[in-house]
Design a binder for this molecule. Structure first.
Ligand SMILES: [Cu+2]
Length: 664
């Protein structure tokens, strides 16, 4: 009896080796560990797979019978793949094709075992950048890797997140075999006004959120329909732009001006960042006049595409590939327009409307060497993890945001009747102290450095100053007529522009920042709803460090214990950046709360289940966006009658101040 129980336990352990999270997490960690070096020799299963697992012999493990992996193997065997130790950019068509061949091959794996072995095989043969991108996307979307946490990219490929000076210091420390923790400074000097807000564009949490957003919602995605992908593209970038503007106002700078193809870009950018392989990221001088970029686009092409899009907005319809009209004169229009402007594979007519966003990213990224005379590698704008470092990123997105606004402004304002929720009246709104401060954050640079089994690793890390805020709470008092589920939407909106002029209601609504959205059950009578900043549904907490993920998975595997993860996705605004930086004497905002009928929820369980707590900018992975209303509701449309808007009893705004404290 006893023997058979032990046997059974052994069988179960064996059976779960392929499926349990600890083993999966360990394998993914190890595949990403020191990505520029061969797989560590102590990782025997991966090492063996890299050496002797021939994917052609295992096509029986593929859902498609091996079509995808054979295609990739053919490219490899014919020496057509980009070599290792070379830069990678997703915007490079050929490199993207190669990375996507691996994504495809991994998606076709029937078991995690074959996923892992195929990944290990290509890890040592494909370009490292392509491999990392493909693995991140595959882990994000594959059912086989559900609940695996991807290590923070800033610790997997630190070159893309820190500056050359820090990397050089880390190399020197390793050569000397001494520990080191180096201060990462923001780019620019005090002579450069843009430097005042560099802490935002260069924040590694923002960079991480942005690159993960684009992995969750890839423009090349052709698989199962992702709900409201185009609208999310608009919304996440609109919010990044609005947040950047708020940071500027708090630093006595005017809002970002939209990019204009005919005007020089006044402020250049020197990234102070290098590729691991491929040299320095190119700089752009001040007052750069846009030049056509060989092999990418002429400036005229961009203007033509822009005109066609604006024309579609004015007409209220898009013309698809077959010449059929698709109306955008409705709430769904923004979703289509997002697909068109990016463009994604969902665009109804890429041929005609082009890919304004993607092409513009490349054109901006190449201005240092538009004709390829100097063989410069792609610029920061050609990588989602580095793009926000360049202030021109926000100018470009302001330009596109204004096109989206042109569309939104074609709609009639919501009427008072549409906005009124008869069941509820807000009777009070209180917000606790709002204050921001800078703190030091440390992350490991170890994976940036070459390693070998014979040279000992020494701890090397960077520390960087980053914005954070004191936790805060707010309380909404609501009187309800009867018990019902309600939606609560929360925004903060700057009150004054940089000249101290108060925004009109209609100007101000477009500057609003989504802080939170949630569903709650109102009881008949008086309700008091209190929410904490940490509960915000647009934000995620700090990412788990790579070292922690490794330790946790290794311990779980060694002890045979179960591994459980709370927060998984990398997409989500960093929680510590929820509040824009304050001012010493307080920066003034409106704190706006709207309580409306919960009928707009697309899931039944939203009152008790926050689905990971990051759906505001990132949706719910693999499911419908929780909110049926347009993103940005009720501030997404023009407000022509502010008095009527302000008198709505289920809305309330109060003035608040965000303070900034140098010492905390
Ligand atoms: Cu983006």
């Amino acid at each position: 009896m006893r023997a058979s129980i032990i046997l059974l336990a052994g069988l179960l352990a064996w059976a779960s080796a392929d499926t349990d999270l600890a083993h999966k997490q360990q394998a993914i960690n190890r595949l990403l560990y020191h990505i520029y070096d061969p797989i560590k020799s102590s990782y025997t299963d991966l090492k063996e797979a890299a050496a002797s697992w021939n994917p052609r012999d295992h096509t029986g493990h593929c859902k498609d019978g091996g079509t995808a992996i054979t295609k990739l193997m053919d490219e490899l065997d014919h020496g057509r793949l980009t070599p290792q130790h070379h830069w990678f950019s997703l915007f490079n068509k050929r490199q993207r094709e190669e990375a996507l061949m691996l994504v495809d091959a991994l998606f076709q794996c029937k078991t995690f075992e074959s996923f892992k072995s195929n990944a290990a095989y290509f890890r040592e043969k494909m370009n490292e950048g392509e491999f990392v991108y493909a693995l991140y996307v595959a882990v994000t979307h594959s059912d086989l890797t559900e609940d695996v946490i991807l290590p923070p990219l800033y610790e997997v490929t630190p070159h893309m997140f820190t500056n050359s000076e820090v990397i050089n210091q880390a190399y020197a420390a390793k050569m000397r075999q001494t520990e080191g923790n180096f201060k990462m400074a923001f780019t620019g000097t005090k002579k450069n006004q843009e430097q005042r807000v560099a802490y935002f564009g260069e924040d590694i949490g923002i960079n991480s959120h942005h690159v993960h957003w684009h992995m969750d919602f890839p423009f090349w995605w052709n698989g199962a329909k992702i709900d409201r992908k185009g609208e999310l593209f608009f919304w996440v970038h609109h919010q990044l732009t609005a947040r950047f503007d708020a940071e500027r106002l708090s630093n006595y700078l005017s809002e970002v001006e939209e990019l204009q193809w005919d005007s020089p870009v006044e402020h250049g950018f020197a990234p102070h960042t290098s590729y691991k392989y491929g040299g320095e990221f190119p700089s752009r001088p001040d007052n750069n006049k846009f030049e056509d970029v060989d092999g990418v686009a002429r400036i005229l092409d961009l203007k033509v595409i822009e005109e066609r899009i604006r024309d579609a907005i004015a007409h209220g319809y898009i013309v698809d590939n077959d010449g059929k009209k698709i109306s955008i004169d409705n709430d769904h229009g923004i979703d289509i327009l997002g697909d068109v402007i990016e463009s994604s594979m969902y665009s109804p007519n890429i041929q005609y409307y082009g890919a304004l966003h993607n092409t513009a990213h490349m054109v901006l990224g190449r201005q240092a060497d538009p004709h390829g005379k100097y063989g410069m590698p792609p610029g920061v704008m050609e990588h989602f993890e580095t793009a926000t470092r360049d202030p021109a990123f926000f100018r470009l997105h302001k330009y596109m945001d204004n096109i989206f606004k042109e569309h939104k402004d074609t709609f009639q304002p919501y009427t008072k009747e549409e906005l009124t929720y008869e069941n509820a009246e807000i009777t009070g709104l209180e917000v606790s102290e709002l204050s921001t401060y800078f703190e030091d954050f440390e992350f490991s640079l170890s994976n940036a450095l070459d390693s070998s089994d014979s040279v000992k690793d020494v701890p090397v890390s960077a520390h960087v100053s980053r914005l954070n805020h004191k936790p805060y709470t707010y309380t909404v008092k609501v009187n309800a007529d009867h018990e019902e589920t309600a939606t609560v939407r929360v925004y903060i909106c700057p009150r004054y522009d940089n000249n101290g002029v108060q925004y009109t209601y209609d100007e101000g609504r477009w500057t609003c920042i989504e802080m939170d959205k949630f569903w709650t059950k109102l009881s008949a009578g008086a309700n008091e709803i209190t929410r904490k900043s940490s509960e915000s549904s647009v934000a995620i907490p700090d990412r788990e460090s790579f070292a922690h993920l490794i330790k946790e998975a290794d311990e779980a595997v060694a002890s045979g214990s179960e591994l459980k993860h709370d927060s998984i996705r990398g997409c989500g605004h960093p929680e510590r950046l929820l509040l824009p930086k304050g001012k010493r004497d307080g920066m003034e905002f409106w704190f706006f709360v709207a309580v409306t009928s919960g009928e707009d929820a697309t899931h039944d369980d939203l009152v008790g289940n926050d689905h990971g707590g990051n759906h505001g900018y990132c949706g719910i992975h693999g499911e419908t966006y929780p909110d049926r209303k347009p993103m940005g509701y009720p501030l997404d449309r023009r407000v022509t009658n502010p008095e009527a808007f302000m008198s709505i009893k289920n809305f309330r705004s109060i003035p608040v101040k965000v303070f900034h404290k140098e010492e905390h």
